[in-house]
Design a protein around this ligand. Structure first.
Ligand code: LLP
Length: 434
């Protein structure tokens, strides 16, 4: 298993942020999401320092759907990063953290009127309009509240990047955005530009998630520059901004070719500068929206091994005290993970095992038929790279309580999300009169 950030072998016991996982398990219980705060901060700093140009301003927007908590918002604020939201719930959480709402940008293909009202009331930084109908909805909400909002329009640029079908977003039949081939696009932009309650910032795109094909992002830049230029010319307007979305892939297993944030960001800037020059386009600002690449490798999930089963059919299972409820990704996207026995790193014996969760679902498998150090009941099994889309996609299936989340740094652990209680599970559950 690969070590990330501050992971160290402490006489056979794994430590993260200088805290031993055995201590974390004792204090907070398992399953437990452990976030390496220093690695999150490192990643934020890398983005801030490498996505920079002399020719235009840059903006890093953290995609909060990857992992959102109030403490995460504090880090976002500390590094002067913006943040996005896609629902009223995410907006509410961000607002509750106390950060400046001007740093918030709202996404979503089906924003409700209530959500649009909330964006206006909170005075957020911008709204990324998804479709034609939403232009009308937002226009009405702004007019009713007598407020002017900054908006972008999400477009599909038709870049087919290699990733799982479920997380591809930029095909021309995608549910997100409007296609660049759609004849109505120019009318839509005109409609926005002419609305006194909207200020058009420019186009947004997001070609998908967990993409390693850096060429696809470079191609995307070119299309965005060309589309922006074309629209400026067609409407005789100045478009100040381009938003390139996120989706930069991270290492889960040795099959993944990693993207180095700093060199990749520098290449993005070069391609941007080159294309802006080539097509004679002058934008004030370019934004990106990384989510997974900020928190993915920084998060790990710690489980306790509760049982080991050698089946008649040959598969050997290691049973853990969580599973698809805290990590749906293997079941949903056939995602692959690495793991280790974190309390006995010096275990020399290896065996081929399947790590199975405790849900009533045969597909509740976190790792399938892979070589792991030999585990025994009571061991602590740690799965890496669960920082993105782990907690945020967690569920209460089989009435499992969602695990706690701790941030660790410099020998200190801070509980940032408490473990759910049984009481939490039934707090909205009412009896009927019989
Ligand atoms: N911007 C927009 C508009 C997005 O829709 C997303 C992700 C991002 C940025 C951030 O993408 P990232 O840098 O994190 O790849 N649940 C899936 C991923 C879904 C991504 C949805 N949108 C997974 O677990 O792989």
């Amino acid at each position: 298993m690969r070590f990330f950030g501050t992971m160290r072998d402490n006489n056979g016991v794994l430590s993260i942020g200088e805290v031993k996982v055995t201590e974390l398990a004792k204090k907070y219980g398992t399953p437990l999401y452990i976030m390496d705060q220093e690695l999150i901060e490192e990643n934020m700093k890398k983005y801030k320092n490498s996505f920079k140009s002399k020719n235009f301003k840059t903006q890093i927007v953290y995609a909060s759907k990857a992992f959102l908590s109030k403490a995460m918002c504090q880090l976002v604020e500390k590094y002067d990063i913006d943040i996005d939201a896609v629902s009223a719930g995410e907006l509410y959480t961000i607002k509750a953290s106390g950060i400046d709402m001007k740093k918030v940008h709202m996404h979503g293909n089906n924003k409700s009127i209530e959500e649009l009202e909330m964006c206006v009331e909170y005075g957020i930084g911008s709204i990324i309009i998804d479709n034609e109908l939403e232009i009308e909805n937002l226009s009405k909400v702004c007019a009713k509240n007598n407020k002017k909002m900054k908006v972008m329009l999400r477009i599909n640029i038709g870049i087919d990047a290699h990733t799982h079908e479920y997380i591809k977003t930029s095909k021309h039949s995608s549910k997100f955005g409007e296609s660049i081939f759609d004849k109505r696009l120019v009318e839509m932009v005109k409609r926005i530009v002419e609305d006194k309650n909207m200020e058009f910032l420019g186009f947004h795109c997001h070609i998908g998630s967990q993409i390693f094909d850096t060429q696809a992002f470079h191609e995307g830049i070119k299309v965005m520059v060309v589309e922006t230029k074309k629209m400026e010319e067609k409407l005789g307007i100045k478009i100040p901004e381009i938003n390139l979305g996120g989706g930069f892939g991270v290492y889960y297993t040795a099959e993944d070719v990693e993207i180095d944030i700093e060199s990749f960001m520098k290449s993005m800037i070069e391609v941007l500068e080159k294309n802006l020059h080539k097509y004679d386009l002058d934008v004030e600002r370019v934004s990106i929206e990384p989510g997974r690449s900020i928190v993915g490798n920084a998060g790990s999930t710690l489980y306790t091994v509760g049982g080991i089963k050698q089946t008649y059919g040959g598969t050997k299972y290691i049973f853990i005290d969580g599973g698809m409820t805290d990590n749906i990704r293997p079941a949903l996207y056939q995602a692959q993970y690495e793991a280790t026995i974190a309390n006995r790193l010096n275990e020399k014996d290896k065996e081929i095992v399947t790590v199975a969760g405790k849900c009533c679902e045969s597909g509740d498998l976190i790792i399938k038929n892979k070589e792991l150090p030999k585990g025994k009941v009571g061991d602590l099994l740690l799965v890496t790279t669960t920082g993105a889309y782990g907690y945020s996609m967690a569920s209460n299936y089989n009435k499992l309580t969602r695990p706690a989340v701790v941030f660790v740094k410099n020998g200190k652990a801070s509980l940032v999300i408490k473990r759910e209680t049984f009481e939490d599970l039934i707090k909205n559950d009412l009896l009927i009169e019989l």
